[in-house]
Design a protein around this ligand. Structure first.
Ligand SMILES: *Cc1c(COP(=O)(O)O)cnc(C)c1O
Length: 448
């Protein structure tokens, strides 16, 4: 077989990779669930492990030739168990959604009640939301957040007592405070539910000591590996000692639910890359990184409050800033697209008690994990806040046409025109140049 480089084999995809590299270099990636993986992680991800079939688990495979893969997966499991301080780790889930589905299928029967944070209040699809398959297999109930962004504890408690859920999930994609895992555990224990902590957004903070760990409170922990953990795309299910006390068969049930229950062959290249990410996350530098994520988030929040932005939760205790744009008279869609044109990449999201629709919500989410990986600090966060404020103030004077019109067709047409306009707008492209200049002081190549 002739060894030809990617450039020789496929110039189209080569160009697209280079274009994406340039985008990631030139923009402020402020999406809370994104990050930059290291060169080492991506080297493992692009390794020959992608070629091997290894259905099963180390020592119990359905294919021959897994001597090396067994060593690799064992090493990964060992590192995960040690880093998170848990009794058992399954490192095979292909993504967070599959991770949660595996947990559900391991401990619930179809039709069993489950309880999770409501989608419109920052919950995640994969824990029983209407659009997700999990709502068809199980009977979902929800709890919300309070106006100031905390868990609505009385609601959670009364739902738990009324419906006796099999699982109480903690975690979502909208939460700017510190999770009170002990309080979740008390309620779950009282009603005999499994307490599952989905820490997909914050595993990096947990292992870095910038957020408490749920290991002594939850029975199961689910986390993605590509967000604050800075690994490849994927997920892990962690079984705690408390989980094994509740059900000694829990680890076995989880393993069976992942394979053969839900998935076929593990993505060995992902697992190898995760193994590298876990090694990186165990270093002292990573602890410094995790703490800086929170410091940056708090600096950004403080600056935004000065510019009269309303933050859900009143600030940020983690990596995430959740803005309610209602007082600015704009929706999250408009600001997110203008931000895209200006090179400040964030995403829109509903806020608790949102008066607008989920597709055109009142909220905007920003996160500091990716810019912190580049080496940006509090000083740069002041600039980010300044640029976001500039974009918002500019939009308030902008001719939005029929955006927000009750006539749906008019609204749609106006939004289409708006999207074209912002990418040609000279004020926004001016911000884009300034952002690019800052970004070049923090080259992605230096971490890659
Ligand atoms: C990101 C996320 C998931 C889903 O992860 P995917 O890898 O996108 O499937 C699940 N739960 C929470 C809380 C998340 O933030």
């Amino acid at each position: 077989m002739k060894k030809a480089s990617l450039r020789k084999v496929d110039i189209e995809i080569t160009k697209l990779i280079l274009a994406e590299e340039k985008r990631q270099q030139d923009c402020l990636i402020m999406i809370p669930s994104e990050n930059y993986s290291s060169r080492a992680v991506r080297e493992a991800l692009g390794s020959v492990f992608t070629d091997k079939y290894s259905e099963g688990y180390p020592g119990k495979r359905y294919y021959q030739g897994n001597q090396v893969v067994d060593k690799m997966e064992r090493l990964c499991i060992e590192r995960a168990e040690k880093l998170f301080g848990v009794a058992h780790a399954n490192v095979q889930p292909h993504s967070g959604c599959e991770g949660n589905l595996a947990i559900l299928s391991a401990v619930c029967r179809p039709g069993d009640p489950i309880l999770s944070q409501h989608l419109y209040m920052g919950g995640h699809l994969s824990m029983g939301q209407t659009a997700s398959i999990t709502s068809k297999f199980y009977r979902p109930y929800y709890y919300g957040l309070t106006k100031d962004g905390d868990i609505n504890w009385p609601e959670l408690e009364s739902q738990a007592k009324k419906y006796k859920p099999k699982i109480i999930f903690c975690g979502g994609t909208g939460f700017t405070r510190v999770f009170n895992f002990a309080r979740f555990a008390r309620i779950a224990d009282e009603v005999g539910a499994y307490f599952v902590a989905d820490i997909s957004h914050i595993p990096g903070l947990v292992v870095g000591g910038a957020h408490p760990s749920p290991k002594n409170y939850a029975h199961l922990i689910m986390t993605t590996t590509h967000k604050t953990l800075r690994g490849p795309r994927g997920a892990m299910i962690l079984v705690t000692r408390k989980g094994l006390k509740k059900d000694p068969e829990l680890a076995n049930k989880i393993d069976k639910a992942v394979f053969p229950g839900l998935q076929g062959g593990p993505h060995n290249n992902n697992i190898a890359a995760l193994c590298v990410a876990l090694k990186e996350a165990a270093t002292r530098e990573f602890k410094v990184y995790a703490r800086q994520i929170v410091k940056n988030s708090q600096a950004l929040a403080k600056e935004l409050i000065k510019d009269d932005f309303t933050l859900v939760g009143g600030g940020s205790a983690n990596h995430m800033i959740w803005i309610d744009l209602t007082n600015k008279g704009l929706d999250g869609w408009t600001v997110a697209w203008a931000g895209d044109a200006a090179g400040l990449i964030c995403n829109r999201q509903t806020v608790p008690f949102d008066a607008r629709s989920p597709y055109y919500p009142s909220g905007l989410r920003l996160g500091t994990p990716a810019v912190t990986t580049r080496g940006m600090k509090e000083k740069e966060m002041v600039l980010v806040a300044h640029w976001l404020n500039d974009i918002v103030e500019y939009l308030r004077k902008f001719d939005l046409g029929d955006i927000g019109s009750r006539d749906k067709e008019k609204d749609q047409l106006a939004r289409k025109i708006f999207k074209q306009k912002v990418f040609k707008d000279s004020h926004l492209s001016g911000i884009r140049s300034k952002i690019k200049k800052l970004c070049w002081k923090f080259p992605v190549q230096s971490i890659n």
